[in-house]
Design a protein around this ligand. Sequence first.
Ligand code: KG4
Ligand code: ZN
Length: 353
Amino acid sequence: MAGRKTEGKIKAKFPPARILGIETSCDETAASVVENGRAILSNVVASQIELHSKYGGVFPEVASRQHILTIYPVVEQALQQAHLGLSDVDAISVTRGPGLAGSLVVGLNMAKGLSLGKNIPLIGVNHLEGHLYSAWVYPADIQQPQPEPKFPLIALLVSGGHTELNLMQSHWKYQHLGGTTDDAAGEAFDKVARLLGLEYPGGPSIQKASASGDSEAFHFPRARTDGQWDFSFSGLKTAVLRTLQKLKEDGRAIITSDLAASFQAAVIDVLFTKTMAAAREFNVRQIVVAGGVSANTGLRGTFLNQVEFPVNIPSLSFCTDNAAMVAAAGYFRFVHGQRDGLEMDVIPNWPLS
Ligand code: KG4
Ligand code: ZN
C-alpha cells in the first residue's frame, strides 16, 4: 500500500490507502484520488449539463457518447492533479449502478482496463452509497476537516433519482426506513422548474428564483404518506401546476419567485421534519444529508441551524455527482476486503439496501 501523505489531521482507524474513483452514472464524467477514505488529493468533474439543457433533461445516448470522449482525459487529469501515477493507487473504485446503463458501462470498462493493465484491485460501488460517503470527504489541503460522521446515524439521501431515509448502524449497514412513493426530491425541483419556465437543472434555478421570493406567498401541501418515513412530491408538483393555471385564469400576475420560494419551503419542511423525527426515534448520534439536493442553501441552512444533532453535509462541490465520493465509499470496502473481478457488470437499478 502507498505511504501516507496528508494523514495526520485525522486519526485513521483503517490501513492507509489511495483510491482512484471513477463515476459515470449519469451526466458527469468524474475521476478523483482520495486518501484513507477522506482526504481528496484530486477531483475532476466534466459536466455535460450544457449538452443536455436543450433537451430539458439527460439524453441517455448523448450522455454515454460524451463519457467515451472525456473519460480518458478526466482520469489522466485526476492522477496528474494528485501528482501520482497509476501504480501509486492501491485500488480503483467505480460506480456500477444505479444509473444509465450506457453511461455506467463507460466508467466500468475504463476501470477494468486500468485494473487489468496494472494489476490493481477493482471495487464496484453503489452510486447512492457514494453520495452518503461524500459526507466523509474533504480537500486534503484544508486545515480543519469536519469530524468524521459517527454511527449510528440517520442518512437523508436527496438526489435527482432518489429520496431515502436510512438508518446506518455502521459502514454499509443500511436500514431503509422510507423513500419517495413517487417523484424524487430533485426530480420535483426539475419538474416544477420546467412548469415555471426555469432552466434545467431545476434545483439551482428554483433556488436562485426563490432568493427574491416570499416563501409564504402560497401554502403548498406537505404530503401525508402511509409509511411514516416515506415521502411524496407529486401532489406538491400538481399543486404548483393548479396554482399556476388558476392565476392565469384569473388574469393575476404570476410571480415566479414567490411560487419557487413557496415550493422550495414545502420540500425543505417535509425533508427536515421527517429526518429530525427519525433521528429522535432512533436516538442517533449524527445526521448526514447528501445528494444533489443537499446543495440547496435553504435545506443546508435549516439542518445546520438546528442544535439537536450534529449534521454532516458535503461541501457544495461534493453534493452533486463526483468521483471523490465513489473513491471514499470504495476505500471502506477495500479495507474490509472487497475485491471484484473483471466479470463485474453494471446494475442500472440497484437499491442501496
Ligand atoms: O445527485 P445528483 O447530482 O444526481 C443524481 O444522482 O440524481 O442530483 C441532481 C439533482 C437534480 O435534480 C438537481 O435539480 C438537484 O440535484 N439539485 C438541487 C440543487 N442543486 C442540484 N436541488 C435543489 N437545490 C439545489 N441547489
Ligand atoms: Zn447522484
